[in-house]
Write a protein that binds this ligand. Structure first.
Ligand code: URA
Length: 289
C-alpha cells in the first residue's frame, strides 16, 4: 500500500485507526501470501514472527503515533500564540482575518473539523455576542449557532427586539471540538488573538458572552458563571499585550449559555433578567446616539 499523497493528518488518523482495531505490527510493502502451502505458510509465519515480533517492532505503530504527536506538541504554545498574534494583527479587515485564520494550523481543533466557523450577523452592529465553540450542525453549515442552542439564542434575541441582522456573533474558538467537548486552554489560546482582532475591527459598544468558557476567556478569570452573570464589566483590549491594537474599553455582560438553558430551563428566569439588563443598555445607546 503506497500512497505518497497521504498527508500528515490522514497518515496519523490511519495509524490511530489501525491501533484502535488491534493492528500492532508494522506491515511491509510486499504482501505475504497466507494461502501458500502449509509448509511455506508455517515457515513464513516463523520468519515473520522473527522479523516482526521483537519488542521493538511490536511497539512500532505506537511509537510512530507518539513521535508524530510529539513532533506537533513540540511547538511551544507561546510560539503558536505569537504566530496567531502576528497573523491577526496583519489583517486589515474581517474578510482578511477570516482568510488568515483559515490558513492557520496552530489550533489542533482544525484537523477534525469540517470547516472554520468564523462569524454570523452584522459586522456593523454595536453588539457582539461571543459563544464557546461551533456545534456539529454549525460545523456542517459553517455558521455559529445554527443548531438547537442557536434556535434558543434566536428566540432570546427576539424577546428583546433583536435578530441576527442586528448583532454580530462569534465564538472563542472557530473550529468544532470533537464530541462537542469544551475547548482546552491551548485551543483557546491559539484562537484568542483572532477573537481580539475581531473585537478591534468590529469595535462593538457592547459584548455579551454566553456561558462560562466565553466569560472566563474574556474576563481572564475562573469565577463561576453564576457569580459573573448579569453584572456589567469593562473589557479592556489594551491589556492584551498586542501592541498594535487600539485601546478599547467595552461594556461587557456575561449570561448563561443557551445549551445550559436547554438542560436547565429553570435558569431561564435569570437569563431573562440578563437580557433585560442588555436591553436597557441598548436603549440608552439608542437614546444617546
Ligand atoms: N454554537 C456556537 O456557535 N457556539 C456555541 O457556543 C454553541 C453552539
Amino acid at each position: 500500500m503506497t500512497n505518497h499523497n497521504i498527508n500528515f493528518d490522514e497518515d496519523l488518523a490511519m495509524l490511530e485507526y489501525y491501533q484502535a482495531v488491534g493492528v500492532n505490527l508494522a506491515v511491509e510493502e510486499k504482501t505475504i501470501d497466507r494461502f501458500a502451502d502449509a509448509k511455506n505458510n508455517i515457515e513464513n509465519h516463523k520468519e515473520n514472527n522473527k522479523q516482526h515480533t521483537t519488542p521493538e517492532n511490536k511497539a512500532n505503530i505506537s511509537n510512530i503515533i507518539s513521535q508524530k504527536k510529539i513532533s506537533q506538541e513540540n511547538v511551544p504554545q507561546e510560539n503558536i500564540t505569537q504566530q496567531a498574534k502576528d497573523l491577526a494583527r496583519s489583517a486589515k479587515n474581517l474578510s482578511e482575518l477570516e482568510e488568515l485564520m483559515k490558513g492557520f494550523d496552530g489550533c489542533t481543533l482544525k484537523k477534525r473539523a469540517t470547516q472554520i466557523v468564523f462569524c454570523d450577523g452584522n459586522p456593523k452592529s454595536d453588539i457582539m455576542i461571543i459563544g464557546e465553540a461551533p456545534s456539529r450542525d454549525d460545523d456542517i453549515e459553517g455558521k455559529p449557532f445554527v443548531g438547537r442552542s442557536g434556535q434558543l439564542l434566536d428566540r432570546m434575541l427576539k424577546a428583546i427586539g433583536l435578530d441576527r441582522s442586528k448583532v454580530y456573533i462569534t465564538n472563542i474558538v472557530a473550529w468544532r471540538p470533537p464530541g462537542n467537548r469544551n475547548p482546552t486552554a491551548s485551543e483557546i489560546a491559539s484562537c484568542l488573538p483572532f477573537l481580539h482582532r475581531q473585537i478591534e475591527l468590529i469595535k462593538p459598544k457592547i459584548i455579551l458572552t454566553l456561558g462560562a468558557p466565553a466569560a472566563h476567556t474574556i474576563f481572564s478569570c475562573k469565577t463561576p458563571i453564576s457569580k459573573l452573570r448579569g453584572k456589567w464589566q469593562q473589557f479592556e483590549l489594551n491589556n492584551l499585550s498586542i501592541k498594535t491594537l487600539d485601546n478599547l474599553s467595552i461594556k461587557t455582560l456575561a449570561t448563561f449559555h443557551p445549551t445550559f438553558l436547554l438542560r436547565q430551563p429553570a435558569q431561564k428566569a435569570q437569563a431573562w433578567q440578563d437580557l433585560l439588563t442588555l436591553k436597557t443598555a441598548l436603549d440608552e445607546l439608542t437614546n444617546n446616539a
